[in-house]
Design a protein around this ligand. Structure first.
Ligand code: ADP
Length: 464
């Protein structure tokens, strides 16, 4: 109950603070019992009024200090406590002895000295700021000195007493300073030790948290990669089965035809064409799967890449397709990026070849490559005036083996855009598509910008 009342709200108190709290309560309790003892004793004296005033001041000071302490205003609590003790000593010791003289006066200085010492301990324990230590220390010393002065004056007649008062004053003052110096040093040493410990603990905690986060991230990445792998294996087997079925079906037909006495050479040739087509399809698929999986294992070395070179290389590789489709390829500018050159060539090549492949047969294909700055990245685009993509497929087209058109109309494996996405991911960018069915599409992607200003490419048109 006692513990709950006094220590509630300090659950988060540090080790050092908790020590301080214990120290403080010890002082409060001893000071209170001391004050109460004097309070009842005083009523018998003529000068009891001053005692009464002094003790009431001290008690209310203690209570106010306790309230501030509970409010966690430790420094204010300290000021209130020390000032109320100062006021009590001033009234009880100095003022009272100035007006009243009685035989017990020779013991007064001892009480003042003890109070000053106790209060000084309080100062030392309360304030981290050294300036309060000096201010209050000086206040206690001055008070002690004035009191000694008064008592020495009053005991002038009594032989040897005045000298004794001064001897006591010097001893207590010096003792107070030595104690204060030692305690201050001890406290700051303890605090430094404690702070160091706390720093170590905080660093250790941080490291632990980082490690834990890393482990969680890795586990998550592993889990996702496992899931992708099983999905990938399922789709690969499914897509490979299709050309295999075609091949085995036509091989059976060829066999049957060969068993006939009357071999139909034309039919045989047609079957063989289908078998060839099936094997070509399998070859494409295997090549694409290999290209896609390679992106997972090869460690990429990212460096500054001149995109002018990349785009020129893509255009020359696709020159035949551009020529045959009568396409016009515009480049409205280029900006250097940080990346892996060969991967960037592959990225642009897939997008431009798609723009040619999915062209609108009613108009001349026009393809534009361009770029602009976007939040510290470069945003490139490849725009075409082809058949377009319905909005519901804007996301699915980037998934491996997802195709919107049948193989009869458009040859392909459905891996091209998945490769593009993986390449952009490796570069820490994003890729997305905007399109209108029948009007054309625009593929956007961001790449990290090169620090060094690489030569910008002049707008050029690469026409058939
Ligand atoms: P592939 O071309 O081998 O089928 P991709 O991954 O390159 O595979 O493309 C996935 C699908 O997205 C394609 O099947 C096609 O339907 C659609 N697509 C890709 N690029 C374009 C484009 N420029 N215009 C219209 N549709 C496109």
């Amino acid at each position: 109950m006692f513990k709950r009342f006094f220590l509630s709200g300090f659950d988060d108190a540090t080790y050092f603070e908790r020590q301080k709290i214990g120290y403080l309560f010890y002082i409060i309790l001893s000071a209170l019992s001391f004050v109460i003892f004097i309070f009842f004793g005083q009523l018998y004296f003529v000068d009891g009024l001053i005692y009464l005033l002094a003790d009431s001041l001290a008690i209310s000071g203690m209570l106010a200090s306790l309230v501030f302490f509970k409010l966690k205003k430790i420094e204010i609590s300290g000021h209130v406590m020390v000032c109320s003790i100062l006021a009590m000593i001033l009234l009880e010791g100095v003022v009272r002895d100035f007006y009243f003289t009685d035989p017990a006066i020779r013991y007064r200085l001892y009480i003042t000295m003890v109070s000053c010492l106790g209060a000084y301990f309080l100062v030392v324990s309360f304030f981290r700021e050294k300036k309060f230590l000096y201010y209050y220390g000086a206040a206690f010393e001055v008070m002690l000195f004035i009191h000694a002065l008064i008592i020495a004056h009053q005991l002038k007649g009594v032989d040897g007493m005045a000298l004794m008062v001064w001897q006591h004053f010097v001893t207590v003052s010096a003792g107070m300073m030595i104690i204060a110096a030692i305690t201050t040093w001890l406290l700051s040493y303890m605090e430094a030790l404690f702070q160091q410990n706390q720093e170590y603990a905080a660093r250790f905690r941080l490291q632990n948290e980082e490690l834990e986060k890393m482990v969680q991230q890795r586990t998550h990445a592993l889990r996702t990669s496992n899931q992708h792998l099983s999905e990938f294996a399922y789709i690969v087997s499914h897509d490979l089965k299709e050309p295999l079925r075609t091949i085995s079906g036509f091989v059976t037909l060829i066999n049957r035809e060969m068993d006939n006495n009357d071999v139909d050479a034309e039919a045989l040739e047609e079957y063989i064409t289908y078998v060839k087509k099936g094997t070509r399809q399998m070859e494409h698929l295997i090549n694409d799967i290999l290209a896609y999986s390679k992106l997972n294992v090869i460690e990429q070395k990212l460096e500054e890449v001149d995109m002018h070179v990349v785009i020129t290389e893509v255009k020359s590789t696709l020159a035949k397709a551009i020529y045959e489709s009568d396409a016009q390829v515009y480049t409205s500018g280029s900006m250097g990026v940080v990346g892996e050159k060969q991967l960037l060539v592959q990225l642009f090549q897939n997008l431009v070849s798609n723009a040619i492949k999915y062209r609108h047969h009613g108009r001349m294909p026009q393809i534009t490559i361009g770029c602009a700055h976007q939040d510290g990245m470069v945003r490139y685009f490849v725009k075409d005036n082809g058949i377009g993509i319905p909005d519901k497929h804007f996301d699915t087209v980037f998934k491996a083996f997802k195709r919107l058109h049948s193989k009869i109309n458009y040859d392909g494996t459905g891996v091209g855009l998945a490769i593009c996405k993986k390449i952009v991911d490796i570069h820490g960018g994003e890729i997305w598509v905007e399109s209108e069915e029948g009007e054309g599409s625009i593929f956007w992607f961001t790449l990290p910008v090169a620090q060094q200003e690489l030569p910008a490419m002049e707008p050029v048109v690469h026409a058939a």
